[in-house]
Design a protein around this ligand. Sequence first.
Ligand SMILES: Cc1ncc(C[n+]2csc(CCOP(=O)(O)OP(=O)(O)O)c2C)c(N)n1
Ligand SMILES: CC(=O)[C@@H](O)[C@H](O)COP(=O)(O)O
Ligand SMILES: [Mg+2]
Length: 639
Amino acid sequence: MSIRPDTPLLDQVKTPADLRAFKRGDLSALAEELRQEMISAVSVTGGHFGAGLGVVELTVALHYVFNTPQDKLIWDVGHQAYPHKIITGRREEIRTIRQQGGLSPFTKRSESEYDPFGAGHSSTSISAALGMAVASKMSDRPDKAIAVIGDGAMSAGMAYEAMNNAEQAGNRLVVILNDNDMSIAPAVGAMSAYLAKILSSHQFLSLRDIGKKLISKLPRSLANTARRAEEYARGIATGGTLFDELGFYYVGPIDGHNMDHMLPILENVRDAQDGPILVHVVTEKGRGHPFEEPHGEKYHAVPKFDLVTKERQKSKPAAPSYTEVFADELIKQAGKDEKILAITAAMPSGTGLDKFEKAFPDRTFDVGIAEQHAVTFAAGLATDGYKPFVAIYSTFLQRAYDQIVHDVAIQNLPVRFAIDRAGLVGADGPTHAGSFDVTYLASLPNMVVMAAADEADLKHMIATAASIDDKPSAVRYPRGAGVGCELPDEGTVLEIGKGRIIRKGSKVAILSLGARLQEALKAADDLESRGLSVTVADARFAKPIDDALIRDLAVSHDLLLSIEEGSIGGFGAHVLDYLADDGILDGPLKVRTLKLPDTFQDHGNPDDMYAAAGLDAAGIVAAILKALGKNDVGQSASA
Ligand SMILES: Cc1ncc(C[n+]2csc(CCOP(=O)(O)OP(=O)(O)O)c2C)c(N)n1
Ligand SMILES: CC(=O)[C@@H](O)[C@H](O)COP(=O)(O)O
Ligand SMILES: [Mg+2]
């Protein structure tokens, strides 16, 4: 049941300008209404939850103190921006978030002038803010750029590359480090430990010391705040941090749920005349969530739920997910081969490596949000005979492309890439769609690229990757449940570069790569009912492609149609290359390549999106009939 909370204060806020008219004393109550509004909205839509709940007060404080949208507020990743969207004119639309045609789950420039930078992938905010700050400095405008970055996102190299250059921005750059001691999973690594140390160590000065220190060190206006330091529950420490060494003026830690602590500090930061400032804010991820039981991931993301019963909508998958099948097979393989290791970049549950870690804690590495490092780390392990599986979502692997080319492929190191979320992912939209991996991987010499058509084949492909010791390999598989096929106890090693015929016909050949195979088979049924004899083949490999299979199909059918869940330049392009170079295209054969349209795929339901892209059974049938000039052949069996 959806309930709209009573929100008399929030009702007065259409934009941040309304918020700025509030008395300071009312802001905490306003923030609580905002939290309840967000809970109510997410109960209807599902979506990212814990991060937004944790920054409700911070969101109100930042919009209250800074002059958005002239001052640019940049949320790293953007998954925590639900409260921000609600108070920046998108309160009603928030209930459409992640649905086709609705609001984006992340910040998006085209959605609002209050979203100065689009996101989805992490750790971009400081670079973007620095660019904006330098632009405003060069244009002689006073506008600030404020990057809000989480402690998890602070593990990525890009954040440090940006901080290393931050001085260029002068006082126009503000970084808010939102420290909730969580990534999706608990935060990992030395940086996380360092932040914890700042919170608990000697740098956490006595209140009186802080006052003295601040007065001597801070810009004048900040010093005034410091005189009131004894009001702060947590106190603040300055100086001597890594951030100071990087050219920031470090202020913190401050309690990110306490307006009385945050407002004076942020006002002074806003008015400071010196260089860039980093404010270390401590928050609680998932604060105020309505559920009774605690959650290890602090409710990072939730499905729709009933606000009264708190019951979360559980879909009952008919088959195990590809992710689970991958984890089970890797555990099987690792049980036989102690050299097998598993690496995740901050996605242990998403990639199934949390399960692997339970079986092999010493052979599992969560490196934090650090995809580039994950890949080169794996390359290093591979030089010494270890067999690393880097389990990464297709979209996040994009960040490590040079590492794949330079550190892995050129050196021909046997790193195994387990590429989850390949193809359309649905609600997360264009930043998270796994559209490009075949295009960017199959163009690399030395790389073996496999795509699983079903979960049984995924097991075979993981077994195959485990056996490839002389070159890099990749297996791609989609988000969500498998097709429900029978699963072997253990995968069997496949012959490299060999596809398989699933169904034999004579007129039309459908050559499928990956999980569109079921749709290809449905299309074949439909076409047969129209009197067209159809062969369906599963290519299995995008690289090396099965030349012999393609040639056989090409010479024995009138039409060869390839289909894949990926962008242009992928499998279809490789098939065309082969056909052209082999001279087969010089003959009577008709060829069509079905792939995703050459646009970024927005968020929505993947089935609808594949249908719109012509990649479902009906789309395949239509493409084939059109190619054969037979739009009027027979009736669909399913019609
Ligand atoms: C490059 C990249 N890798 C992985 C992810 C997946 N991801 C989204 S949010 C998140 C955790 C971010 O932690 P933090 O920055 O601390 O934000 P919090 O959720 O704690 O507010 C991760 C790993 C991503 N968005 N981008
Ligand atoms: C914000 C982010 O990048 C992740 O939280 C992502 O939304 C997870 O996607 P899955 O639900 O596919 O694991
Ligand atoms: Mg965090």
